[in-house]
Structures are given as C-alpha cells and as structure tokens.
Ligand binder design. Structure first.
Ligand SMILES: NC(=O)c1ccc[n+]([C@@H]2O[C@H](COP(=O)([O-])OP(=O)(O)OC[C@H]3O[C@@H](n4cnc5c(N)ncnc54)[C@H](O)[C@@H]3O)[C@@H](O)[C@H]2O)c1
Length: 322
C-alpha cells in the first residue's frame, strides 16, 4: 500500500522517455494512470491507456484526475528546434490548457520545467532563486522561454486562482529507453561507441553537465507531487555530479570497450558552458537526492542496448542539453 494507491493520475507526455518510466513507477505504486500524448516524439508502449491528443487543444481530461503530470514537450534540441512554433504552443498554450482543466477538476498539476530556464548561468551551481542568463533570440529560445512562460503562468494561476501546483526544474536526465537518434549527447555517444563510429564533441567538450539517472528523477517527481512543503515553488531535480562532456565520452568508451575516435565539431548556438544543480531545496523539502552514480547508470543504459543503426546524427547535431 503506497500513497499512490488508487490515485487517478494523468501523465501528459507519458509516451516520452521520462514519461514512460514515470508511468511504470506510478502503476507499480498502485495509481490508476491514463497517458495523454500526441506521439510526436514518444511511442505508445501499452503500459497504460493512451488518450492521443495535443495538450494545447485538449478538450477534457480523460479521467477525473487528482494529479496531472505535465511532461508533454519535446526535450531534445533537435526535436524542439524542428518546429519552434509548435514547441512554444506546447509549452505555453499546452500548459495553460492543462492548468485550466486541472483547476476545473480540482486536481494538482506537476509541471516539468527545466534547467534551461537558467540559460548560460553566471552563478554556479544554480539554485532556484537564480533568475538566469537567458537569450531571447536564439534557436533555443522557443524551449527555454516557453518553459519560463509556463512557470510564470502556473505561479500566477496558483496565486490568483488557487491552482494547486508543483514545479520541477529538471536537469539533464538519462537512462534506458532514450532513442539513440533523438540528438541528445548520452544516447548518441553510447550508440556511436557500440557501433564503432566517432563520438562528436560540440565545441571541444569542455562544457559541463550533471546527468541524473531516470530512476532517481522519477522518484523525485513522485516525491515532489506528494509534498505539501513544495507547493507553489520551483524545485531543482538533478544530480550535482558535474562532469565535462569530454570526460563522459571517455567514460562511455571505457565502459563499452569501444575504440571509436573522439572528434571535435562546431559548438551549438547558445550552448550553456556550465550546468549543475543546487539540490538543497529538494534535499530539505522532499528528503530526496539522487543515488545512482554515473558509471552505474551508464552501465544500465549500455546493457539495455541501443538501436545503433538508427543513430545517424550528422556532425555537430548531438547536443548536450535537454
Ligand atoms: N530529459 C531531460 O533531460 C529533460 C531535462 C529537462 C526537462 N525535461 C522535461 O521533461 C519532460 C519530458 O522530457 P523527455 O526527455 O521525456 O522528452 P520526450 O521528448 O522523450 O517526451 C516528451 C513527450 O511529450 C509528447 N508531446 C510533445 N508535444 C506534445 C503535445 N503538444 N501534446 C501532447 N504530447 C506532446 C511527445 O510525444 C513525448 O511523448 C519535458 O517537458 C522536458 O521539457 C527533460
């Protein structure tokens, strides 16, 4: 018996990478889950009933939900830059639509925001009160600013209309089930290493990231959803183990026993140089912190295998941000 037993939960974006892991964990915990997803970057696994729809024009919640998780948004730069207007609509209009429906149903909404709200940060590590160093005009703005606008909308709806909100600022998350061809660095590196192809480091790979295993992320999202103390405020969820991208590429080569070369390619536009969460708030309010180390997590990803032949990323397109 868990606190989720019998809870009616909608997972928007539940067919995506984190959403599938979250859906599985919620079902194991006894929740009744329905997924809402337009399958633009996700795939139906049949784990839970799927209501196929775009959240920006969703006419109703498929069940009278008590909790609505919003993970619906393409997270890889390749996917969210493919149609920036659709990304913005998903982030802003989609969050507004879900928030309106959650309010009408008396449901709590749990938003997956992102570390991208901190932009290319000038303070390190990033705590929740850091306002960010962001670029409005670049190719990443549809995602970064869309997520920022969605947060603003939720804080205002909580303040003015009493909407019950939780906001997770999700830092880079990885693990089994990421599509090798979605353009994110870790699955691209693993697939390339397994196939004996070059690992391409944008801008030389000296930029840092902190990678959180998806099992830890799901535990954090579920704890946040049930937390009274975290109501209405952003909470960083991520792993503070900061590494350069080059170090991660070399670790993957070692773990796979691959002899793939590492090559340097042009840096991505507006790619943040450093990224590391301050997770004091999550530790204090949720009693949460990540427990899966990078080496152990990468082993789980490598063991799960990757459709390496699908990873045909051209030079410079594998990105280190989400
Ligand atoms: N993975 C990360 O490292 C990371 C980091 C920061 C934030 N996040 C956030 O976490 C969430 C999940 O990320 P992910 O890695 O699982 O991404 P993903 O792309 O694998 O999954 C997103 C899911 O949302 C669905 N979707 C997209 N637009 C939609 C729309 N308009 N209507 C309905 N469904 C839609 C997609 O089909 C997909 O199933 C996203 O909101 C993302 O911004 C992820």
């Amino acid at each position: 018996m868990t606190a989720w037993n019998g809870k009616r939960v909608v997972v928007a974006g539940g067919a995506g990478f984190i959403g599938r892991h979250l859906t599985r964990a919620l079902l194991v915990a006894g929740a009744r889950v329905v997924v809402v997803d337009n399958l633009s970057t996700g795939r139906d696994t049949g784990l839970a009933p799927l209501h196929q729809a775009d959240i920006a024009v969703l006419d109703r919640l498929p069940i009278p939900a008590e909790v609505v998780f919003n993970l619906a948004c393409p997270a890889s730069p390749r996917a969210y830059q493919a149609d920036p207007v659709q990304t913005w609509k998903t982030s802003v209009l989609g969050t507004l639509r879900l928030a309106d429906l959650a309010l009408a149903a008396g449901a709590r909404i749990v938003q997956t925001s992102t570390s991208e709200v901190y932009g290319d940060p000038l303070v390190h590590p990033q705590a929740e009160d850091y306002p960010g160093n962001v670029a409005l005009t670049g190719p990443r703005a549809c995602y970064d600013e869309g997520k920022r606008a969605a947060e603003v909308l939720l804080y205002d709806m909580a303040r003015i209309r009493g909407l019950d909100i939780r906001v997770a600022r999700v830092f880079n998350t990885y693990g089994p089930g990421m599509a090798a061809d979605d353009g994110r660095a870790l699955p691209a590196f693993v697939a390339a290493a397994l196939a004996g192809r070059p690992l391409r480091l944008e801008g030389g790979g000296q930029q840092t990231r902190s990678f959180c295993h998806v099992a830890d992320m799901v535990r954090g999202l579920m704890a946040l959803a049930l937390s009274g103390a975290a109501r209405g405020i952003p909470v960083n969820l991520g792993n503070p183990d900061e590494r350069t991208i080059r170090d991660v590429a070399e670790l993957i080569l070692r773990l796979t026993g691959s002899r793939s070369p590492v090559v340097e390619v042009a840096p991505a536009v507006n790619d943040p140089r450093r990224r590391c969460p301050d997770i004091t708030r999550a530790q204090t309010l949720l009693g949460w912190e990540p427990v899966v180390g990078l080496e152990e997590g990468l082993r789980s990803m490598i063991a799960a295998g990757h459709p390496a032949d699908r990873d045909a990323a051209p030079a410079g397109t594998a990105s280190v941000s989400s």
